[in-house]
Design a protein around this ligand. Structure first.
Ligand code: HEM
Length: 512
């Protein structure tokens, strides 16, 4: 009987058609580099620089900093997969262009906003145009001199004298090891909740209570960063749709944070309703201001609450954590700060003026943030095609990041000793007396607080708070790292941290 089976069609031609273009792509890709600068990562069609990006994932900030400072104009383009490009710059002229002279061409942009929307909604950090303007205008009243004075003399001093100092006394007496980063975060969290919402979460108590809300906040930041840092852009959208992986976890922690914020808002609304209209003091807190401005939408006010916690909690605590580590390693700077503390203590000034005029301490904090900025990178998106002052071509929609961490490491700006902690680089001797005078850098060379129309609203408040904490702590205690010889690792999810915390012993000073 004839075999009715037809011979199977050969798969060879089919395979050839599929494999050969891929092979050609790889051969082409292998020999292709996008730049003549050998320090910059190779970029391949479709894949971009994914291999090098993945290899450096655990030290992204440091890696980008090394790359950007290795280029002659302090700017380079990172090629991410599928043709996405991101420009990084540490060039002050470019930063001034983005943040001030061409401010209207560089906004947060749709990609940034949609990526963060689940967590931050339309909060000031995630808004452009009128929504941003409205929030900036309402919030700015909280940062006038009267409010700042009240903040330092009441809020910060209460937390310092009644919470932080007693905890340090116990730790010194009983030789308890503290995670100082955690302590400073608790301090900052209580502070920001009081100033922004008139609410005291009491996180800095001797029992070091559970910080459920703050932990959910931390996790939300960490998980939402995964969206930005993912090897394949937009894969998070698929994960979110399917409710899998980190997206599933993110939803849980974000719900926790938002529900907590809503509880604060409802409480505040009731408080306002109970008060007679004449007894409402609009200077109370940021939340009251928003509620009294006629903003009734609970989701929007929740966004405001979240943005203030983000602004106030991790920034000052990160700066202070690194500051105390640097001061331990630079005893001469510690001696100068102590001298200043004693002089100010004996002056007739008010607490506010005393803190404001702590010049050497101010310089030391600026120097700490030069090396370890609380916000190491900030990203914008170009609305239209443009050319930066250094000649870099920017296509519409391109994401462009300025990099304060790298900018603090530019030899041409800070000198050959840029890696050294040297507060003196911010100081000169005043002519009239043996006093220091602070010499600031222009905000585009040192954009640790950003610059231009969107400069950090809390800059003065943050500096006053940090100087008061430094004076209060160093006056009485030495903060000694447990692992004295180890160099801590700088990590960042939007705001920076010391990896694994900062374990310290507290030693009481013998001061009279
Ligand atoms: C060491 C402490 C701080 C540092 C280094 C810092 C840094 C920054 C940076 C880099 C930005 C721009 C973020 C961006 O849009 O990319 C910013 C914005 C902002 N910061 Fe701060 N910040 C600090 C403390 C604070 C504090 C304590 C508050 C409030 C109590 C605050 C309130 C704000 C607000 C409201 C904005 C948004 C400004 C706008 O977009 O118009 N910051 N800050």
């Amino acid at each position: 009987m004839a075999d009715l089976h037809l011979p199977a069609p050969s798969l060879a031609p089919l395979l050839f058609c599929i494999i050969s273009p891929l092979l050609l792509l790889f051969i082409f890709a292998y020999f292709k580099t996008t730049s003549t600068n050998k320090n910059l990562p190779k970029s391949y069609p479709i894949f971009g620089s994914i291999f090098t990006i993945t290899k450096n994932k655990h030290r992204r900030v440091q890696w980008i900093s090394e790359l950007v400072t290795s280029t002659p104009n302090l700017t380079f383009t990172l090629h991410r997969p599928f043709g996405y490009q991101q420009i990084f710059t540490a060039n002050a002229a470019n930063v001034q262009h983005m943040l001030k002279s061409h401010f209207h061409n560089y906004h947060k942009g749709d990609v940034f906003r949609s990526t963060l929307r689940d967590f931050m909604g339309d909060s000031i950090f995630n808004a452009d145009g009128d929504i941003w303007k409205f929030q900036r205008q309402v919030s700015s009243h909280q940062f006038n001199t009267k409010s700042l004075r009240r903040f330092v003399e009441n809020v910060v001093d209460f937390e310092l004298s009644n919470r932080l100092i007693p905890i340090l006394e116990i730790a010194a007496e009983k030789k308890i090891v503290l995670d100082f980063q955690d302590i400073l975060q608790r301090f900052a969290f209580d502070n920001i909740c009081k100033i922004a919402f008139g609410y005291d979460p009491e996180y800095l108590l001797p029992s070091l209570p559970e910080t459920k809300f703050a932990d959910a906040f931390d996790n939300s930041l960490k998980l939402i960063s995964c969206r930005f840092n993912s090897d394949i852009p937009f894969i998070w959208k698929i994960k979110r749709l399917l409710n899998i992986g980190y997206e599933r976890q993110l939803k849980i922690v974000v719900d926790e944070v938002r529900n907590f914020a809503k509880a604060i808002i409802r409480e505040k609304k009731q408080e306002i309703e109970k008060k007679s209209p004449t007894s409402i003091d609009q200077t109370d807190d940021v939340l009251s201001r928003f509620l009294l401005s006629g903003q009734a939408d609970e989701d929007f006010v929740t966004d405001v609450v979240i943005s203030f916690i983000l602004a106030g909690r991790d920034t000052t605590s990160a700066a202070l954590t690194w500051f105390f580590w640097l001061i331990f390693n630079n005893p001469q700077a510690e001696i100068e700060i102590l001298k200043e503390i004693v002089t100010k203590q004996n002056s007739e000034e008010s607490v506010y003026d005393e803190v404001k005029n702590m010049v050497y301490t101010h310089a030391s904090i600026c120097e700490a943030m030069r090396l370890y900025p609380p916000v190491p990178v900030s990203t914008k998106s170009a609305l239209n095609d443009d050319v930066l002052p250094d000649g870099t071509v920017v296509k519409r929609g391109t994401r462009i990041s300025y990099h304060p961490y790298a900018m603090g490491r530019v030899e041409k700006v800070w000198g050959a000793d840029w890696a050294e902690f040297r507060p003196g680089r911010w100081l000169e001797t005043a002519e009239t007396a043996a006093e220091w005078r602070f010499v600031g850098k222009d905000p585009f060379t040192y954009p640790v607080f950003q610059a231009g129309p969107r400069v950090c609203l809390g800059k003065e408040m943050a500096l006053l708070q940090m100087k008061r904490v430094v004076a209060g702590v160093l006056r009485r205690f030495r903060v000694v790292p447990v692992e004295e010889s180890l160099s801590p690792v700088y990590v960042s999810d939007f705001t920076s941290k010391m990896k694994d915390g900062f374990r310290v012993k507290i030693e009481e000073r013998n001061v009279t």
